[in-house]
Design a protein around this ligand. Structure first.
Ligand code: C2E
Ligand code: MG
Ligand code: MG
Length: 768
């Protein structure tokens, strides 16, 4: 059976099914009761019929008895009997029989032979053809004469002696049956049986067939009609039986209930129609609001929150509608909030990068033009470090308000933590935007109240123009970041994106990406530049310098990649590789019997790492290299960035027996006091002061005073960047201890350097 899905149809079906069940029950009860009642009535009728028949027979018997008495008392009759006047007797019998309606009148002699009948004188003087006879309780007898049932009475004829008897017989025939039917309204039959054989039968019904003797059922069907029957036995004298069967038609008894049934049908049909309509209305009144609510719920599900679920009812459905409505507005609010959060910065409430990105793309699609400005803090990390994150965030909130109030012309102001504020200036030229950005910088450069001081933050601005300088949101954002990275505090606080910088930036990005893989790809090599002792003329030390041959970009200068490695944290990898390379080379030279010191550059990051001295010690031990063969160079600027932080590691390295040098001296603005506190032994004067030493009087002054100062502090002085003999001589004359530079030798791969050293030793030994 298919499942009924609609609530309305189900409700209707249930209600109608209930009503139908009730009606069927009522019908069954009524039919049962009427059937029973009709049967009872028919039964009563049969009872009455039986009584009537008995009375009728009794009456007829009495009539016959009276008539017979009258006849035998008649003098003329007795005289005719006495005289044997048979014709007179026959006439008297005929008259009497005709008068009382007897079917037969007989005169029997004392021997019991029939002498005269109402039809005439019997010649043969036969016995009466009496087959069975039984007295009836009401008087008279029932007899079977010649196979037919009769009611008999007899009267003796005395004159004065017994002369014979008169018998009057009344046939139980069709006429009697018809009379009975008229009197009782029943169908009547008289049946005479000899054993199982029906010998005689009369019936008021044309199609009557007697039931078998054994079959005494009360209900019979004759010619399609139902009858209730009763059987009244009049005579039983085996093998003879006479009985009457009365049949009461049920149709008549039931007919009186037909009206009742018709009315009942009418009521049932009316009830069904009315209840169908009522069920439809009721089901509709329940299912319609449910459907409405379902439709509203569907719309909410699909994200449409405008549809209101308002049912004007005070029942549970009304309550449900109210709840759905509350749910709708709750979800709508929350979704709005989620949407807002997705597109706004939680700190300032300004648009976030996603929103800005979207707006840029929209504007580009609409073929608009404009300028994107990024306002970034010059020293973000330092401010957070000094004042703390909370104070910084509060400052950003204040600045965001300030910017919003003063920046009415901006299409969109966005904020991205870690980057700064973005202004979207549509329909503006670069010049207009520059003025605009400058004013925005002023708005941000207000004095802020920090927890322990007042501070004015330094902001920088980067600008990029679209569509000329980028045709996607991504590209514009990338380029505006590049622009701001090239801005500098002061006169250059505003920078417009320039595409060459973009290429440099791309190269930087590629180097940063590829640096961590350089070791694995075997792209690094070490070269060694000799250091000449200016007093002895011997080369007892070299500086190890790193070379990187990039797979695609070719040789990359250390000045380019070392800084990137320090910024991105890959420097640790490079230092470890270099330490290994230097140790291996030292071991090699030691094996050749060459006693030489190798200087290696380390970064400030290495000094910050507490494990670094341990690694150096392990390397010295595992390569069995004497610590005095290793020297470590740290640039002055790196040392000055965090002297206290570096000093612990420097001391531990010094304790290992490794010598330490301050590299690029003169570029890091170190104070004498700091220098003194560091455990260094060597000072390397930066090459910028040495390259033009012979020509520049200023450089000569600086170098001379540096040599003096270093010697006063008991430091050995190395000058790097010696490119000509004049500088070399000048340095020797002014007491510089060691020289390094292209004039002596360029940095060389280890094998070439060994050859160079051998060649040089040969000259020295051959020389004067
Ligand atoms: P640095 O330590 O001051 O090294 C000396 C630099 O001056 C070397 O440049 C060298 O080739 C160059 N030089 C030497 N003599 C002359 C000369 O007569 N004229 C000129 N114009 N230059 C001369 P390089 O090899 O390009 O290295 C640059 C810097 O990169 C180094 O300066 C050093 O700070 C850093 N560096 C190199 N290798 C490493 C390394 O393995 N680790 C670390 N942390 N830094 C390294
Ligand atoms: Mg160096
Ligand atoms: Mg240097």
């Amino acid at each position: 059976m298919p499942k009924i899905k609609r609530l309305r149809t189900r409700l209707m079906l249930v209600l109608i099914a209930l009503l139908a069940a009730v009606l069927i029950a009522v019908f069954a009860a009524v039919l049962n009761t009427t059937g029973n009642s009709a049967e009872r009535q028919a039964h009563q009728q049969l009872q009455v019929g039986a009584n009537v028949l008995e009375r009728l027979l009794a009456l007829r018997a009495r009539e016959l008895a009276n008539a017979a008495e009258i006849l035998v008392a008649d003098f003329g009759f007795r005289d005719a009997v006495a005289s044997g006047d048979m014709p007179t007797l026959a006439s008297a019998l005929r008259n009497q029989a005709a008068r009382i309606g007897a079917d037969q009148a007989l005169f029997l002699d004392t021997e019991g032979r029939v002498r005269v009948t109402s039809q005439g004188v019997v010649d043969g003087a036969d016995d009466l053809d009496l087959q069975a006879m039984q007295p009836l309780p009401q008087g008279g007898m029932l007899a079977v004469l010649g196979g037919q049932p009769y009611l008999l009475v007899e009267a003796l004829v005395h004159a004065p002696r017994l002369l014979g008897q008169v018998v009057l017989a009344f046939a139980l025939d069709a006429e009697l049956a018809a009379d009975m039917r008229t009197l009782t309204g029943l169908e009547v039959s008289f049946i005479t049986r000899q054993l199982d054989q029906v010998v005689d039968q009369v019936a008021t019904l044309d199609d009557f067939a007697p039931a078998s003797e054994a079959d005494s059922e009360a209900m019979r069907v004759l010619a399609g009609e139902h009858y209730l029957t009763t059987r009244l036995v009049l005579l039983t004298e085996p093998p003879w039986t006479v009985y009457t069967e009365l049949l009461s038609p049920l149709r008549e008894a039931l007919a009186i209930f037909d009206v009742l049934k018709r009315e009942l049908w009418l009521i049932a049909v009316l009830a069904l129609v009315i209840s169908f309509i009522a069920a439809a209305l009721l089901a509709g009144s329940l299912s319609r609001p449910v459907s409405e609510l379902a439709a509203v719920a569907r719309r909410i599900g699909s994200g449409d929150y405008r549809a209101q679920a308002s049912l004007q009812r005070s029942d549970e459905l009304g309550l449900l509608a109210q709840s759905i409505d509350q749910m709708r507005s709750g979800i709508a609010q929350r979704e709005q909030q989620i949407q807002h959060n997705a597109l706004h910065d939680p700190l300032t409430g300004l648009a976030n990068l996603t929103r800005l990105h979207g707006r840029l793309d929209e504007s580009l699609q609409a073929r608009q033009q404009g300028v994107l400005v990024l306002l970034a803090l010059a020293e973000l990390d330092a401010i957070i470090r000094v004042h703390g994150q909370t104070a910084f965030e509060q400052a950003i909130i204040d600045l965001a308000n300030n910017l919003q109030q003063g920046e009415a012309r901006s299409e969109l102001i966005a904020y991205q933590p870690g980057e700064g504020f973005f202004l979207l200036l549509e329909q503006e030229s670069l010049a207009q935007a520059a003025v605009h950005a400058d004013r925005a910088l002023d708005l941000l450069s207000i004095e802020l109240r920090m927890p322990d001081s007042k501070q004015r933050l330094t902001w920088l601005a980067g600008l990029v123009l679209w569509p000329q300088q980028g045709n996607s949101g991504d590209e514009l954002l990338r380029r505006v970041r590049m622009a701001v990275s090239s801005a500098r505090p002061g006169a250059e606080r505003l920078a417009v994106y320039q595409s060459e910088r973009d290429q440099a930036y791309q190269r930087r990005m590629q180097l940063i990406r590829d640096l961590p893989h350089a070791v694995r790809l075997d792209e690094l090599t070490a070269v060694f530049q000799p250091k000449l002792c200016l007093t002895s003329g011997k080369v007892l030390a070299v500086e190890a310098l790193m070379r990187w041959r990039h797979g695609r970009l070719g040789p990359i200068a250390p000045d380019e990649f070392i800084g990137l490695a320090e910024e991105t944290g890959s420097i640790g990898l490079l230092t470890a590789w270099m330490l290994d390379a230097v140790m291996a080379q030292l071991q090699c030279w030691q094996a050749e019997g060459r006693d030489i010191e190798v200087a290696m550059n380390v970064s400030t990051r290495d000094l910050e790492n507490a494990d670094f001295p341990g690694r150096v010690r392990d390397a010295l031990e595992s390569y069995r290299v004497a610590p005095h063969c290793l020297s470590l160079e740290v640039t002055e600027s790196a040392l000055m960035r965090d002297p206290e932080g570096s000093i612990v590691n420097l001391r531990r390295l010094r304790e290992l027996g490794v010598s330490l040098a301050v590299d690029d001296y003169g570029t890091g603005y170190s104070s004498l006091a700091t220098l003194k506190s560091l455990p260094v032994q060597i000072l390397k004067i930066d090459k910028s002061f040495v390259l033009n030493l012979a020509q520049s009087a200023d450089d000569a002054v600086i170098v001379r005073s540096t040599i003096e100062l270093a010697h006063n502090m008991k430091l050995q002085v190395v000058a790097e960047g010696i490119e000509d003999v004049a500088s070399l001589n000048w340095l020797r004359e002014h007491g510089c201890d060691i020289g390094q530079g292209y004039f002596i030798s360029r940095p060389l791969p280890a094998t070439e350097l060994t050859e160079w050293l051998q060649a040089r030793e040969a000259i020295v030994t051959q020389g004067p």
